[in-house]
Design a binder for this molecule. Structure first.
Ligand SMILES: [Zn+2]
Length: 304
């Protein structure tokens, strides 16, 4: 190969790396209880195993603090020992829109007291259900309360219903149904990947670029089974998995949109603040009936 061709190829490769779209993974509701598919301890072991093997540089586990007890405390320590980080997802996981301006920050502070001395704790906070407050005045006041508590907004840019997919799998196990794991894997990866492309397309239209994304996932059975496949799929499509800290350095972290519409994530909120209607900012798979039908069609349950 001549020198010029080699140089051209190296430059082409380097520029393709520069333009890799970037995404960080985050897991809510940790440490989740035992299920019909696996114990919580197994779930944690599987997740750590997958993330370490896949060389994911870091993830954030947003902790629902009233799940912490003597046993689950060990799981938080295992995540930290593996190099991953913990953050605050409130104590009792109630809607900030319902709890209001005094009780919601009190609930976050109760969680803070249990989290502040955990190894690898980072002061990011994520609202349960992505409910940021009942109206714009409440949203702004709650942002200030959380800043006063020392927290940054642990927003997401990729919303999805991974929690519902996982509940369908767990329910099948409770009902003693047999799962076709290959079909379940494909269903999980395809559904979540569609949501990633959907919100990235909105970002490109709204911001003129692909931001550093933050993916909403949950510390659930579906993730423990298939998140490694999702990671492999993302990389095959040219995505780079980055740390949440790096994702939160994106300029959109400093661009808190002036809207009440936050429950589909930051990119959708920014688009909405620029006039895009809510109806265009939610992927069809963020719907239980849609997923029930898609799940049945995907052949996840084996007919015996
Ligand atoms: Zn949650």
């Amino acid at each position: 190969m001549n020198y010029f061709l080699l140089t051209a190829l190296v430059l082409l490769f380097a520029s393709s790396l520069c333009h890799a779209r970037e995404i960080a993974l985050t897991f809510d509701d940790a440490p989740t209880p035992d299920s019909a598919l696996m114990t919580g301890a197994e779930r944690t072991r599987k997740l750590i195993d997958i993330l370490v093997k896949a060389k994911v540089p870091d993830t954030l586990f947003f902790v629902k603090a009233d799940y912490i007890n003597k046993d689950t405390q060990q799981r938080l320590e295992q995540y930290a020992a593996a190099g991953f980080h913990l953050a605050n997802h409130s104590y009792s996981h109630q809607s900030a829109s319902e709890l209001g301006l005094l009780d919601y920050p009190a609930d976050v502070y109760k969680a803070h007291l249990l989290l502040k001395s955990q190894k690898n704790f980072l002061p990011y906070h994520r609202f349960p259900y992505l409910h940021y407050g009942k109206d714009l005045a409440a949203i702004i006041a709650l942002q200030q309360s959380l800043t006063d508590l020392g927290y940054k907004d642990g927003y997401v840019t990729i919303d999805n219903f991974d929690w519902y997919i996982s509940s369908l799998l767990t329910k099948a196990a409770e009902d003693k149904k047999t799962l076709n794991y290959d079909n379940a894997r494909k269903f999980y990866v395809d559904t979540l990947y569609e949501s990633i492309e959907f919100y990235d397309a909105i970002a490109k239209k709204t911001l003129g670029r692909s931001p550093r994304h933050v993916m909403l996932l949950h510390e659930n059975d579906a993730a423990a089974l298939f998140v490694g496949d999702l990671i492999a799929h993302l990389r095959a499509k040219g995505w780079k998995i980055i740390t949440p800290q790096k994702a939160y350095e994106d300029p959109i972290a400093r661009n808190f949109p002036n809207t009440v519409f936050h429950k589909q994530g930051r990119v959708a909120a920014i688009a909405n603040s620029k006039g895009v209607p809510e109806s265009e900012l939610r992927h069809p798979s963020e719907n239980e009936q849609y997923l029930d039908q898609a799940f049945a069609k995907a052949g996840v349950l084996v007919d015996l």
